[in-house]
Design a protein around this ligand. Structure first.
Ligand code: DGY
Length: 326
């Protein structure tokens, strides 16, 4: 019997490719930085049994209609807003993601942004490099905001939101959270439930950890930003469209909130002319929440493990649509 065929849509980790090769023939789209063009993906999907896409590749009805042989889509990300899972289920295609292995790394990134924006790290570094440090040390030079003892509001107390908790505890922060429903583990974690309005009004820092879907698009827009303290900071390591970026830009420009630390933007990559990039009270990173050597390799192994399990006729460990097996 010929081996199944797999397409990996970007240059990838050898260790993961070796694992996939134990069960399949693998084609790798040979680009490090550029996503596979849509037409190429739509053409190649006709001929494959397994797809390992990046979060930049859209897996929708058009693609699934063409992928007549497709059995599994193993996303290289925990977030899967790039995939129409319902449509995949209708097409009998398994969908998997890469949870757990990136939880701590992403929580680190959220806390890094929180610290960096509150102490103006990028701004002060620029200040020195651009030769602006021409006067002696002064009591009011480049003041930031304290973290210790402040209130952190976590919106979305899932795996990553929960991992932010011990980091914030290290700074003696009071920790509030908002979920659709209160979390039974909250008391044990030492975090207090608040309504959306309460968390916006009480927090000094708000960190977003929700998946992107129809309910969370523009979760933070003009009305929500208005409810935040003028001295508060917004941290987003989830997905860009969770925040109405135009409203945020305006709020930051008018100093309606103190600042924002963003690992994700509405459009990625963003236009270098994005007015957000002109502001000092925002730090922007290019979606690097999980970008460490250890974590990206662990994600690759997880994606490869899910893919090979599916192709062997087993249930993949991180199957998002188990109903496809019914
Ligand atoms: C994810 O996995 O969803 C991140 O955004 C990238 O690691």
């Amino acid at each position: 019997m010929p081996k199944p065929k797999v397409l990996v849509t970007r240059k990838f980790f050898d260790e993961a490719i070796d694992l996939i090769k134990t069960v399949a023939d693998v084609e790798i789209y040979p680009s490090e930085e550029d996503p596979i063009p849509r037409e190429v993906l739509l053409d190649k999907v006709q001929d494959i049994d397994g797809l390992l896409p990046m979060l930049t590749d859209r897996v929708d009805q058009t693609l699934l209609d063409r992928g007549k042989r497709l059995k599994v889509v193993s996303n290289y990300a925990v977030g899967y807003n790039n995939i129409d899972v319902n449509e995949a289920t209708k097409h009998g295609v398994m969908v998997t993601n890469t949870p757990d292995v990136l939880t701590d790394t992403t929580a680190d990134c959220a806390f890094m942004l929180l610290m960096a924006i509150s102490r103006r790290l990028v701004e002060v570094d620029k200040f020195v490099r651009e030769g602006k440090w021409v006067k002696a040390w002064g009591p009011k030079m480049l003041l930031g905001s304290d973290i210790t003892g402040k209130t952190l509001g976590i919106i979305g107390l899932g795996r990553i939101g929960k991992a932010v908790v011990p980091r914030a505890k290290g700074f003696n922060m009071k920790i509030l959270y908002h979920n659709r429903n209160p979390d039974p583990e909250a008391e044990k974690l030492g975090v207090e439930y608040r309504s959306m309005d309460e968390i916006l009004a009480e927090s000094d820092y708000i960190s977003l950890h929700v998946p992107l879907n129809d309910n969370t698009k523009h979760l933070i827009g003009k009305p929500e930003l208005k409810k935040m303290k003028k001295t508060a900071y917004l941290i987003n390591t989830s997905r860009g469209p969770v925040v109405d970026e135009n409203a945020l830009t305006k709020a930051l420009k008018e100093n309606r909130i103190a600042g924002a630390g963003l690992d994700v933007l509405y459009e990625e990559p963003t236009n270098p002319k994005n007015p957000l990039l002109k502001l000092d009270n925002v730090i922007v990173a290019p979606h690097i929440g999980s970008a460490t050597i250890e974590t990206r390799l662990a994600m690759a192994m997880k994606a490869a493990t899910n893919l090979t399990a599916a192709l062997k006729g087993e249930q993949p460990p991180d199957l998002l649509n188990p109903e496809v097996l019914w």
